[in-house]
Design a protein around this ligand. Sequence first.
Ligand SMILES: Cc1cc2nc3c(=O)[nH]c(=O)nc-3n(C[C@H](O)[C@H](O)[C@H](O)COP(=O)(O)OP(=O)(O)OC[C@H]3O[C@@H](n4cnc5c(N)ncnc54)[C@H](O)[C@@H]3O)c2cc1C
Length: 391
Amino acid sequence: MATDNSVLVIGAGVFGLTAARELQQRGYRVTVADPGPVPHPLAASNDLSRMVRMDYGGDGLYSSLGADAIDGWHRWNTNWGRELYHEDGFLLMSSVPMAVGSFEQDSYSLLTGRGFPLEKLAPGDLANKYPRWNSGHYIDGYFNPRAGWAEAGEITASLALDAQNSGVSIVTGFTASGLLQEGNKVVGAVSSDGTELRAEWVVVAAGVWTPILLPELSDRMWPVGQPIFYFKPQDPDAYRAPSFPPWGADIPRSGWYGFPANSEGVFKMANHGRGTRVHADAERVISPEQEAHCREFLAQSLPSLASLPFHGTKMCLYCDTWDGDFWIARDPERHGLVVVTGGSGHAFKFAPVLGGLAADALEGVENAYSERFAWRAMGEIKSEDIRYTGE
Ligand SMILES: Cc1cc2nc3c(=O)[nH]c(=O)nc-3n(C[C@H](O)[C@H](O)[C@H](O)COP(=O)(O)OP(=O)(O)OC[C@H]3O[C@@H](n4cnc5c(N)ncnc54)[C@H](O)[C@@H]3O)c2cc1C
């Protein structure tokens, strides 16, 4: 590999593939390396569904990024010639009145202030429009029609194809075990079998495996396990939009969210909580307590599913940063190294705009997000600092 404008991207998840494609389009010669297959079975970017929304409480920055991303999802659907992003909306329910300072009210105020036509739930709306939900429990909330869900695994596969079609080379069977360095410059990576890939720039996009490759970052980002539950109801249409859009139920307090049944009739729900800190290669199973927690929620909120057997369960790993913000930045100390990761359980929705942010970081171009996603020291975590960003 020549070392002029070449880039080696380590990891073919949504961060790596979008960075690769954008950099190729900006004139670099890009190779992506991954153990494979792509999408990798353990990658966070590989699942049935991911939530897409711009509802981010009072956080105007993520909200703007979300709005741009949704425009991008529509463009991608058109380019793919098939709908992999489904704009079914987002139903946010609350068992307490939405109060100023809450995630729900702040999202509502910010988005309506920006001109988005959200539909506040009036008394009776939940029972009439979304009858599967326990309307005795959820007394407030709103519906945002400009949101939806993305078929994550299919999309990651399509991004890999798009990248290859734009000239990116994807090398599978390569598990980077270390970076190659000459003096103060990173010049490539070596795999566990001794194969070397060299490039002018190395972009590490290895998700939860990033702190294994870069242990110096392990005090600022780490893998956290979160449970996912799948069901196969007999009447899947009852769990599809418009009467059953993507949803969050008391989400800043309970963490529960989920999706309509997909084309195979599979209904998925998950919990976005503090999760459990685990090793990246930990066994991906959930505990009986997590199963019981799910059952308890269903009995209270969605009783029609309360006794349905699980179609499947799994633990999925977030790469959490200490402050919940992404990490899209150049190493300030070593030349030639860029890190794009730290999805913190909410990055997939931004796929259409992530590549541009990564390429800007490599080129040293400042944008509205550079500071928030910068290479940063570990700060002090106070409980009030732990912002709810959602899934
Ligand atoms: C349970 C769960 C639910 C989520 N829900 C949502 C949601 O609803 N909405 C949303 O926006 N986001 C959501 N997210 C977050 C989102 O999925 C992630 O932020 C995003 O997919 C992370 O992408 P990534 O490219 O960083 O990592 P990954 O997709 O994990 O990709 C990393 C890649 O690196 C490769 N790799 C690892 N080690 C090496 C190595 N040594 N050498 C080479 N390659 C390597 C892996 O094989 C993998 O392909 C969720 C995440 C989880 C886990």
